[in-house]
Design a protein around this ligand. Structure first.
Ligand SMILES: NC(=O)c1ccc[n+]([C@@H]2O[C@H](COP(=O)([O-])OP(=O)(O)OC[C@H]3O[C@@H](n4cnc5c(N)ncnc54)[C@H](O)[C@@H]3O)[C@@H](O)[C@H]2O)c1
Ligand SMILES: O=P(O)(O)OC[C@H](O)CO
Length: 393
């Protein structure tokens, strides 16, 4: 049965004038007051829960949002025998994926995907990337055609014709516009309201980007809109492969200089790959939170780094899948599958030599190379430049 909202009495400030726009937002135009928006979050993992907390707080502050934020939960039974959704709705905490953080009384966990998105005008997609295709297919014909979407998902799909970004997949399957939000955003830190930044990538309409900026912004979470969906999304996607390399370096105890070198080489491959695939990608995007800042934070403190460190410590004898299950308890890595997807693209285009770090990470993850190979390719790199790429180095 679909859950109901218990929190109407919790709404605050609805009779007050709207607060000033957040930093970076110049003009919300008439969209700010013309109709109420209903926000739904599709996904409820570590970052999904934080996203729900952020938007639910803002939904109570701004009068032009409905209070209730529905969060679709992939239902599971906890060791206590209770359903995760029941526990979230009773305690207002995602005890499995974001323990000890209150999500807000207006976040309603809903295991029914169709009900979760019903009447929503703003759809936030935030699941591990491997599940989004199936979720979108289930949502076909079930979302409002005037709804706007945003993807917080760091990952991509590979189709016959090449890489397909998740925002594109959402647009293709659901027929609605999709922006992206990426950045140096380790979820647990934002949940604790520690200052950080993010980047919204949008395609055409700045007005739409401004709405997304508004609904996510807090004084401790500052967002810059950038008209470069592909650049922002590729940054968020590819940095997970660099994070695996950084974790291997940590596991091999190679020190800070080596790790900094891996981060630099990784950022360079991110930029070259992005620009070869989408020449419209802007250089400046790599200097936003979604670019260099996310590479840094993910290589210092992310889950991909953590699991790759353990993989190297075990000399590749325990698989990433096994270590992921043991170390992350249900949370998902994106870097290993992204390395495989990336490798498919590189192989199809005969670009493997052009991207030695990306290629080597994949070969290490599959057991073809030992973890130490992460630093054993770079002497070959400069001479290998495919046509069109030289300009990006
Ligand atoms: N956690 C972070 O710090 C962080 C920060 C920024 C971006 N991201 C990105 O956000 C996306 C979502 O990550 P997360 O951290 O919210 O999730 P997570 O890794 O914490 O949790 C995994 C989620 O997948 C769900 N799930 C498991 N099997 C499923 C299935 N078959 N179908 C659908 N869902 C299933 C689980 O219920 C859980 O909600 C990823 O692309 C990630 O890269 C994460
Ligand atoms: O924990 P990771 O490695 O999935 O990274 C989390 C975020 O993407 C960091 O911005």
């Amino acid at each position: 049965m679909a859950p109901t909202s218990h929190h109407q009495e919790q709404r605050q400030h609805t009779d007050l004038p709207a607060p000033p726009p957040p930093p970076g937002v110049t003009n919300l135009g008439d969209m700010q007051y013309s109709k109420k928006d209903r926000v739904a979050v599709i996904g409820s993992g570590n970052w999904g829960s934080v996203a729900a907390k952020l938007v639910a707080e803002n939904a109570l502050i701004y009068p032009h949002y409905y209070d209730e934020v529905r969060m679709w939960v992939y239902e599971e039974i906890l060791p206590s025998g209770q359903k995760l959704t029941d526990v979230i709705n009773a305690t207002h905490e995602n005890v499995k994926y974001l323990p000890n953080i209150k999500l807000g009384l207006n976040v309603v966990a809903d295991p029914d995907l169709h009900n979760a998105v019903k009447d929503a005008t703003m759809l936030i997609f935030v699941t591990p990337h491997q599940f989004v295709d199936g979720i979108c297919k289930r949502l076909q014909g079930k979302v409002r055609q005037d709804a706007k979407a945003i993807s917080l998902i760091k990952g991509m799909e590979v189709k016959k014709e090449g890489p397909c970004m998740i925002s594109t997949l959402i647009t293709e399957v659901l027929g609605i516009e999709c922006s992206v939000l990426m950045g140096a955003n380790i979820a647990n830190e934002i949940a604790q309201e520690k200052f950080s930044e993010a980047t919204v990538g949008y395609r055409d309409e700045k007005k739409v980007a401004d709405k997304w900026v508004q609904v996510f912004s807090k004084s401790y979470f500052q967002i810059t809109p950038v008209k470069d969906v592909e650049g922002v999304e590729l940054c968020g996607t590819l940095k997970n492969v660099v994070a695996i390399a950084a974790g291997l370096v940590d596991g091999l105890q190679m020190g800070n200089n080596t790790k900094a070198a891996i981060m630099r080489i990784g950022l360079r491959e991110m930029r070259v790959f992005s620009k070869l695939i989408f020449p419209s990608v802007r250089d400046s995007t790599f200097f936003e939170s979604c670019g260099v800042a996310d590479v840094i934070t993910t290589c210092l403190g992310g889950r991909n780094r953590k699991v790759a460190e353990a993989f190297a410590k075990h000399e590749g004898k325990r698989s990433f899948d096994e270590l992921e299950a043991e170390l992350l308890q249900g949370q998902k890595l994106q870097g290993v599958s992204t390395a495989a997807e990336l490798f498919e693209v590189l192989k199809a285009r005969k670009w493997e030599d052009q991207f030695p770090l990306f290629t080597t990470v994949h070969r290490i993850a599959t057991g073809e190379l030992p973890p130490s190979a992460v630093v054993e390719y770079s002497e070959h790199a400069p001479s290998m430049v495919v046509e069109g790429a030289a300009q990006y180095y």
